[in-house]
Design a protein around this ligand. Structure first.
Ligand code: SF4
Ligand code: SF4
Length: 394
C-alpha cells in the first residue's frame, strides 16, 4: 500500500495564526465553505482543502497553492461557516505568509509583517530625504525653506528633480520591478504541476490570456460581481468593486500625469516644443487630471476604509497587511493634497514639511511593494494567467 509521509510545520501554523488565521483550528471539515464560494470552480473547489493544509501546517502545499490568489476575499465562506473558522481570513493569512518570504531580501518581508517593523521601514526613506534636504539646503546657503522673490514656493528649489527626485525614484521603481518580477517567476514555478496536464479550456497564446486578465480583473474588476452573486448572506454590501475600480483608475490617472511630466521635462531638453515646466498652473490640463486623480484616490480609499470598518468582526477581520496598505495610500494622498494647498497658500514651513513626508510615503509605497498587499496586483495576475492557460477561468 502506498504511503504518504506528512511533515507538519508547527512554526508555519503559528505564523499563519499571527498573519490573521487565528480561527483555523475551529474547522471540522464540513466543506460548506467550498460549496459557498462563488469563485471556486466545481472541479477545483476551495477553500476547504486550504483549511486542512493550514491546520496541519503543510507549508509547501499551501504556499504553492494557486487558489489562495484566486480568492477575492468576499467573505461568503466565512459568513456561512457553521464553526466560525473564518476561511476567508485563513486564505488572506496564507497570502500574507507568501508576501513575507517570496522574494529577496526577505528581511524586508519580515519587517513588513508586523507593526514593530514600521519605524525602520519609515526611518529609511525619512533619513534618505532628510539627507537630500540637508545637502540642498547647504547649496542654498543654509536655507531649508526657500521662497522665490515673489513669495512663491517651488519644491524643486530643495528637492531638485534632475539630481534627486528623478534618479531616486527611477532606481526605486526599477529595483522594485526587478524584485517583484523575480517573485512572480518563483511563484509561477511553484504553481507549475509535476508531469503534464491536459488543457481542457480555450487554447491561445499566453499574451491574449494576459490581456483578458488585465482587462477583466485589473481594469474593470468584473469578478467582484461574481462574489456578490454568491449565496445570499444578508450582510450589507458597501460597493467593494466600485471602490477598487475608482482606486485603480486614480492610480492610472496619476501614473499618466507622472509619465507626461517626465516626458515633457526630459524630452524637452532635446525637443524644446514639448518642454513642460513645473509647478503647473492650476488650470493646466495635466494639473486638472492630477487633481481629479487625487480626488478619485480619496473617494476610493474612503469607500474601502468605510467597508473595512463596517465588516462583521466575528466573521471577517482586517489584518495588519490590510491596514498598512490603506494607511500608506491614505498618507500619500493626503500629503500630496495638503502640500499643494500649503504651497498655493504660501505657507512655506508646512508646505516643505508635508511635501517631504509625501516623498517619504511615495517611496514606501513603491520600494516595499513586492512584500506588501499591493504585490497582489502582480501575484494574482500571475495566478490568473496560470489557471487560464490550463483551461480554468478563475
Ligand atoms: S472552514 Fe468552516 S465551512 Fe469550511 S470546512 Fe471548516 S468548518 Fe466547514
Ligand atoms: S473569501 Fe470569497 S472568494 Fe475567497 S474562498 Fe471565501 S467565498 Fe471564495
Amino acid at each position: 500500500m502506498a504511503q504518504c509521509l506528512i511533515k507538519p510545520d508547527i512554526d508555519f501554523a503559528r505564523s499563519l495564526s499571527e498573519a490573521g488565521g487565528e480561527s483555523l483550528k475551529k474547522c471540522y471539515q464540513c466543506a460548506t465553505c467550498a460549496v459557498a464560494c462563488p469563485m471556486a470552480p466545481a472541479n477545483a473547489p476551495y477553500p476547504r482543502k486550504e483549511m486542512v493544509w493550514a491546520s496541519w501546517g503543510l507549508k509547501d502545499k499551501l504556499t504553492s497553492d494557486v487558489d489562495i490568489w484566486l480568492c477575492h476575499n468576499c467573505g461568503n465562506c466565512s459568513d456561512l461557516c457553521p464553526r466560525g473558522a473564518n476561511p476567508a481570513d485563513v486564505m488572506s493569512a496564507a497570502r500574507n505568509t507568501v508576501y513575507k518570504t517570496l522574494t529577496e531580501p526577505t528581511c524586508v518581508g519580515e519587517l513588513m509583517s508586523k507593526p514593530q517593523g514600521l519605524p525602520i521601514l519609515f526611518g529609511i526613506p525619512a533619513l534618505l530625504w532628510l539627507i537630500v534636504w540637508w545637502l540642498r539646503a547647504g547649496f542654498n546657503g543654509g536655507t531649508w525653506f526657500p521662497t522665490r522673490a515673489d513669495g512663491s514656493i517651488v519644491f524643486g528649489d530643495i528637492f531638485y528633480g534632475d539630481y534627486t527626485i528623478d534618479p531616486i525614484f527611477m532606481l526605486t521603481f526599477f529595483g522594485a520591478l526587478f524584485i517583484i518580477a523575480r517573485g512572480a517567476m518563483k511563484l509561477w514555478k511553484m504553481f507549475s504541476p509535476e508531469g503534464k496536464l491536459t488543457v481542457v479550456g480555450e487554447k491561445k497564446c499566453w499574451v491574449w490570456h494576459l490581456w483578458d486578465v488585465l482587462v477583466e480583473e485589473v481594469i474593470f474588476a468584473t469578478h467582484f460581481d461574481d462574489c456578490q452573486k454568491g449565496p445570499k448572506t444578508g450582510k450589507p454590501e458597501a460597493g467593494r468593486r466600485v471602490g477598487h475600480t475608482i482606486l485603480v483608475w486614480a492610480f492610472c490617472a496619476l501614473a499618466f500625469v507622472t509619465a507626461v511630466v517626465a516626458l515633457g521635462h526630459w524630452g524637452g531638453k532635446v525637443i524644446p516644443a514639448i518642454e513642460i515646466t513645473t509647478p503647473l498652473k492650476p488650470l493646466n490640463l495635466i494639473k486638472i487630471i492630477a487633481n481629479v486623480g487625487a480626488l478619485m484616490l480619496v473617494v476610493g480609499l474612503a469607500m474601502l476604509t468605510i467597508r473595512r470598518f463596517m465588516e462583521n468582526k466575528k466573521t471577517h477581520t482586517s489584518n495588519y497587511y490590510d491596514w498598512y496598505l490603506l494607511g500608506v495610500i491614505w498618507a500619500v494622498a493626503l500629503t500630496g493634497i495638503f502640500s499643494q494647498i500649503f504651497r498655493l497658500a504660501e505657507a512655506v514651513g508646512p508646505a516643505f514639511l508635508v511635501y517631504y513626508l509625501h516623498l517619504v510615503f511615495v517611496w514606501m509605497l513603491f520600494a516595499y511593494l513586492p512584500w506588501s498587499k499591493l504585490g497582489h496586483l502582480v501575484y494574482r495576475t500571475v495566478a490568473l494567467l496560470h489557471v487560464r492557460m490550463y483551461g480554468r477561468k478563475y
